[in-house]
Design a protein around this ligand. Structure first.
Ligand code: ATP
Length: 656
């Protein structure tokens, strides 16, 4: 099987279904051909070929049950984390229509959309719940709560009360990017909550799921919402022989805080282990096992092999750690490391230019990438003192303030600037209420199109690379012309909020963790709306993996020949992660100790997982660069940890 690195150095595989079978593949086939099929849970480390096993499993179902499924008009559901992964897996099973590969949201909506009465009842209940929560919050406001927080609370209550009336006229609910109940639109979170509740509470709904999809596979199960796991398990428990459920995952690779991690295994399910590793060279595999040692007891064996004549021999590869001073010369130091590695590995590609970089740079701390790529303000707005939902949604552009900008404003501005009229028109048709059928009745269409062209041109200018305009300017222009139907949460900020500067004197606990209340959101939104609009493009390039830096989400499931991981607590604001604590270079805080005692997850475990995911992307050579205030002390300590061989822990003096 040939792996072809693409422009980003990422490797792709032509078809995973043809890989040789492992014991896990045979066990999985046993489960699928048993009468009735047995539900299962495959847990295996990075590079063990879980996705490969999943594809083989899908192929087995087609071979064993395909004819029967076709006659009964049933399908196999395969749930993946992203649309990209869904596309890749579907291509790997020959785009077979019996297999429905999709994200969890599309899967749930495809079943729930028919239950309009239940959806309407759920929405009405949800609005009442929100009003109740807001009223409760207001009742608990102490003297330190600012007036703008109180105002926002009062506005939100009125908004929900209006929605409560408006939904009585909604004919049918649809699924959109941001929820707007009054218009009958449900957002991503609504789909998860509503559908899982239907599944957990309604036996009929469970039967319907099993009738339509007698086999359901879930990839990357560690990042699945616990409520979804509970809902799918409820279907299995009720339908038994009529429903085969299978999870594929690795608790050590959980990236999202909302993920379940370990899937509970009922007694009659089969646990399928898969100890092999097919990706990592020996040096990286030793590191991966060592990182895991302190976390769980999963050990991988094997490692990547390559042909040497007739024989298959292990690839040795390299895994080195550079411990360097955290000062103002970090960029130069990273460049020096690359030069050093190029010589040591006799591999010129380590010194390539940044535009088409064959080295995958994983900056676990995103501020570094943000500053270098030119979206530092945007990063700060949605991360420093921002609500958790903004921080997490920033990593993959799903935070609600960002969504309309990334899905509509940025693409239309670019389409207009590049003269792609067709694309601009398509975006307007999809997103603008001005072109909605109902709003065109009795309107002079030619005149409407002219107006739209005019506003789109202004938008393109406001969002151009040289423009000084802010995100607020862009959204205000759109609001003035009713160009876009804003998510009510965003609309509320465009109506109510003054462009006031972020408030400086809010309490902060010992972790730097900010009080998680409405004022976080208000201040983050003020900073966000004041950001230069031209920072959105480099941000989008980063999230889309078009820059030399990568996000953790972006490298999920991917592999690269050369990987450089930069660890730098100093540039980070994500208090959830700390390399210095993970490596024992910094004391655990009182909060960490308390969490440990109470069995609550600490930043150390989160950091271990992140480090594991990053290092295990390398197929050949890995370099980790750790920036710390005192490299000499750090090196002395890290030598005792058994992560890297002593000779591969290097300091600044190796570089000169
Ligand atoms: N049975 C096999 N024999 C040889 N190579 C294999 C086999 N299974 C998988 N591989 C190769 O191992 C690599 C990792 O496979 P895959 O991406 O399926 O692993 P994964 O467990 O899903 O990884 P991760 O958990 O890190 O996302 C790929 O390059 C794949 O082609």
């Amino acid at each position: 099987m040939k792996l072809k690195p693409n422009l980003t150095g990422r490797c792709s595989v032509s078809s995973r279904a043809q890989q040789p079978d492992t014991q896990a593949d045979l066990d999985l086939r046993d489960c699928l051909q048993a009468q009735p099929p047995t539900s299962f849970n495959m847990v295996a480390g990075a590079g063990s070929g879980k996705t490969t096993s999943l594809i083989k499993g899908l192929a087995s179902i087609l071979a064993i049950h395909g004819e029967r499924l076709r006659l009964r008009r049933q399908r196999v559901a395969c749930i993946t984390y992203t649309e990209i992964a869904a596309g890749e897996i579907w291509a790997d099973v020959g785009n077979n229509p019996l297999i429905h590969v999709s994200t969890i949201h599309s899967f749930l909506w495809s079943i729930a959309r028919g239950f309009q009465r239940d959806i309407a009842a759920w929405v009405a209940n949800r609005i009442e719940e929100r009003i109740g929560e807001l009223q409760q919050a207001a009742a608990g406001f102490g003297p330190r709560v600012q007036q703008k927080t109180r105002d926002k609370n009062a506005h939100d209550i009125v908004r929900y009360q209006q929605q409560s009336e408006a939904i009585t006229t909604v004919g049918s609910f649809t699924y959109g990017t941001g929820s707007d109940y009054a218009k009958g639109i449900l957002g991503h979170d609504d789909i998860i909550n509503m559908s899982s509740q239907l599944m957990i509470r309604r036996p009929l709904f469970r039967t319907l799921v099993a009738q339509q999809f007698p086999f359901v596979f879930v990839d990357e199960s560690q990042d699945t919402f616990p409520v979804i796991v509970e809902a799918l398990m409820a279907v299995q428990k009720q339908e038994q022989a009529r429903f085969c459920l299978g999870f594929f995952g690795d608790p050590m690779q959980r990236i999202y805080p909302t993920g379940i991690g370990t899937i509970p295994k009922p007694d009659d399910w089969r646990a399928i282990p898969k100890p092999e590793n097919f990706r990592s060279p020996s040096a990286v595999l030793a590191l991966a096992n060592a990182i895991r040692r302190g976390g769980d007891d999963l050990v991988q064996v094997g490692g990547r092999k390559q042909k040497d004549g007739e024989e298959e021999v292990p690839v040795i590869g390299t895994a080195r750690l550079f411990v360097l001073p955290a000062d103002d010369h970090r960029d130069e130091r990273v460049a020096q490391v690359r030069t050093w590695i190029a010589h040591a590995n006799r591999d010129e590609l380590w010194q390539s230019d940044a535009n088409n970089d064959p080295v995958k740079m994983l900056v676990v701390v995103h501020r570094m990438a943000a500053k270098r790529l030119g979206f530092g303000d945007l990063y700060a707005a949605l991360n420093d003192r921002a609500p958790e939902a903004f921080k997490n949604g920033f990593l993959d552009a799903t935070a609600w303030p960002l969504r309309p900008l990334i899905s509509f404003f940025l693409p239309i501005a670019e389409a207009v600037r590049n003269g792609r009229d067709f694309d601009a028109m398509r975006l307007l048709r999809t997103h603008s209420p001005l072109l909605a059928k109902d709003n065109l009745k009795g309107v002079n269409v030619a005149q409407r199109l002219n107006e739209l062209r005019e506003v789109s041109n202004q938008l393109a200018e406001l969002m151009g690379p040289q423009s000084q305009a802010t995100i607020r300017d862009v959204l205000a222009l759109s609001k003035q012309h009713r160009l876009f139907a804003f998510d009510p949460r965003l609309a509320a900020y465009l109506e109510d909020m003054e462009a006031d500067a972020a408030d400086e004197d809010r309490p902060e606990d010992e972790e730097g963790e900010k009080e998680e209340d409405t004022s976080n959101e208000i201040n983050a939104m003020a900073a966000f709306l004041a950001c230069p609009a031209n920072q959105l493009r480099p941000y989008q390039a980063y999230v889309n993996e078009e820059s030399p830096f990568s996000t953790q989400q972006g490298v999920k499931g991917a592999e690269f020949d050369r990987v450089l991981v930069v660890l730098d607590d100093d540039e980070g604001t994500h208090f959830q992660f700390s390399y210095e604590k993970f490596l024992g270079l910094k004391e655990l805080s009182n909060r960490d100790k308390k969490n440990l005692k109470e069995g609550v997850e600490t930043g150390v475990e989160r950091t271990r997982r992140l480090f594991y995911v990053c290092c295990t992307r390398a197929r050949q050579d890995l370099v980790v660069v750790l920036f710390v205030p005192d490299p000499t002390a750090a090196i002395a300590h890290i030598r005792g940890l058994g992560l890297f061989p002593e000779a591969d822990i290097l300091a600044q003096n190796a570089l000169v």
